[in-house]
Design a protein around this ligand. Structure first.
Ligand SMILES: *Cc1c(COP(=O)(O)O)cnc(C)c1O
Length: 462
């Protein structure tokens, strides 16, 4: 499989090259040159298979040529062996026709583990073969950093440095970043806010001497390998509810549009998905856009579902690429307009988006009420992101088609909001109940590019 850029001006790459590169040289995002299609019989044959086997069959056409079958099977096995549930992504029934897809049984209790754990193993195998190593630097407001640390800890081809804003992440999130004991893991508490961390990261990528010197690599959500891993659970859950013989719909708590875009690819691959519903919190640029109001940036307002507090959804560019008939220059032009504040979507592209996507927006109060109601009526304690999804799904679901809402994080990751809404304190799963006792290892560091770069250069393995 060859990979092409959404802006049409970057060289075609293999899967492995696209994964190691991340962002395309023309500023665009990589996509497969063709979306592979699975036949009705191939999809039907997935029913009852272990998650790992479904993962292999769904992802293989995207990666073949970069890995052998056996390599890829071993990569998948290692990626998911640390999950706390044998089904990996179990389905729970909320009411007659509404189901919750639990994506929080990975090591850091959020769905990002599905992609990060796989990408860690993919990097390790690819880099070993090239006899190479990289330095991964990420900036996080919470979930992505801990998922990256868990994915890369102990891998000898990689050093991982995570910048987080000192004093501004939850205690669970901080401890998940500071308690891994592996020597290739480096948690850096920056004296600044999340935007400072992200700006420092960007400056490092633009400092070419530093970038080449430490072989800097990124694993943020624009990396196509992350999208790829997320396609799998759309198949596993739909098949367990009767696909391809009947249709299903999905509602997805959305920030950067990575998770729901994986659902779009599943649909294009032949999975009979009726509706893909985007659920946003008060940071609702996607809901406004899908309602026909154009794609215009506002100010980010902090919410109780912080992993969705996003104004520009980086992966939406991929959906626009298909909505604009795979016209890279049209996408490049839109992204230019976005730099100046935003753009209106053409009528044709709007129709294309509406063929697959619906959307809804949920206020802070509604989020709290939904947590409370879901506990009372379905005996499930859900995280605030998941509650945003449940609320929108209940508004949008059609009686005839089962609705699957993605449960993106474990309630124990956001204990304050959950307790406020429900009066119940969500306990950590037993496998990490000693999180509060484990020793922390963290370097507090000034919000200063030179200091950060010196620290990283001084701490990478030779
Ligand atoms: C990252 C995240 C989201 C948003 O996912 P996107 O792929 O960015 O749309 C939703 N919920 C939780 C808990 C997350 O960590």
């Amino acid at each position: 499989m060859k990979y092409i850029s959404t802006r049409g001006q970057a060289p075609e790459l293999t899967f492995e090259e696209a994964m190691l590169t991340g962002l395309a040289r023309d500023g665009g995002l990589y996509l497969p040159a063709e979306i592979p299609v699975m036949s009705h019989d191939e999809i039907a044959a997935l029913a009852g298979l272990p998650y790992e086997e479904i993962a292999f069959r769904v992802m293989w056409p995207y990666v073949s040529g970069s890995f052998t079958e056996q390599e890829f099977k071993d990569i998948i096995a290692r990626a998911y062996e640390g999950f706390g549930h044998d089904a990996r992504a179990p389905l729970k029934q909320l009411n007659e026709n509404h189901f919750l897809l639990e994506l929080f049984h990975g090591p850091t209790l959020a769905f990002k583990d599905f992609a990060m754990q796989l990408i860690g193993q993919l990097f390790q195998v690819a880099l070993k073969r090239r006899n190479d190593r990289v330095t991964i630097v990420g900036a996080t407001s919470g979930d992505t950093g801990s998922a990256a640390i868990e994915a890369f800890r102990g891998l000898d081809a990689v050093d991982v440095f995570i910048l987080f804003p000192h004093g501004r992440v939850s205690e669970v999130q901080r401890r998940q970043m500071t308690t891994p004991a592996d020597s290739n893991v480096h948690a850096l508490a920056v004296d600044g806010d999340f935007d400072d961390c992200q700006a420092a990261l960007k400056d490092m990528f633009n400092d070419f001497d530093f970038r080449d010197g430490v072989k800097l690599a990124g694993v943020n959500s624009i990396n196509f390998a992350r999208v790829l891993a997320q396609i799998v659970y759309y198949f596993s859950s739909a098949v367990s509810l009767g696909a391809p013989h009947r249709k299903v719909s999905f509602t997805v708590p959305t920030g950067n549009f990575g998770d729901i875009f994986a659902g779009y690819l599943a649909k294009r691959m032949g999975l009979p998905i009726d509706r893909l519903v985007v659920a946003t919190n008060q940071n609702d640029i996607l809901h406004r856009c899908l309602s026909g109001e154009g794609y215009f940036k506002g100010d980010t307002i902090p919410s109780i579902s912080p992993s969705m507090d996003i104004q520009v959804s980086s992966n939406f560019e991929r959906a626009l690429y298909y909505a604009y008939g795979e016209d890279g220059s049209a996408v490049a032009q839109l992204m230019d307009e976005l730099k100046r504040g935003g753009f209106n979507v053409s009528q044709g592209a709007m129709e294309a988006l509406r063929e697959s996507f619906d959307s809804g927006r949920v206020s802070e109060d509604e989020t709290l009420t939904t947590i409370k109601h879901t506990l009372a009526h379905s005996a499930e304690l859900v995280c605030p992101h998941t509650a945003v999804g449940i609320k929108v799904a209940e508004e949008q679901r059609a009686v005839a088609v089962p609705m699957i809402t993605l449960a993106t994080a474990h309630p124990a990751k956001f204990p304050a909001a959950v307790e406020k809404a429900s009066g119940e304190h969500p306990p950590l799963p037993s496998r990490m109940s000693d999180l509060y006792e484990r020793p922390e290892r963290v370097t507090r560091i000034a919000n200063d590019l030179g200091a950060l770069e010196d620290h990283i250069k001084g701490h990478i393995a030779e």
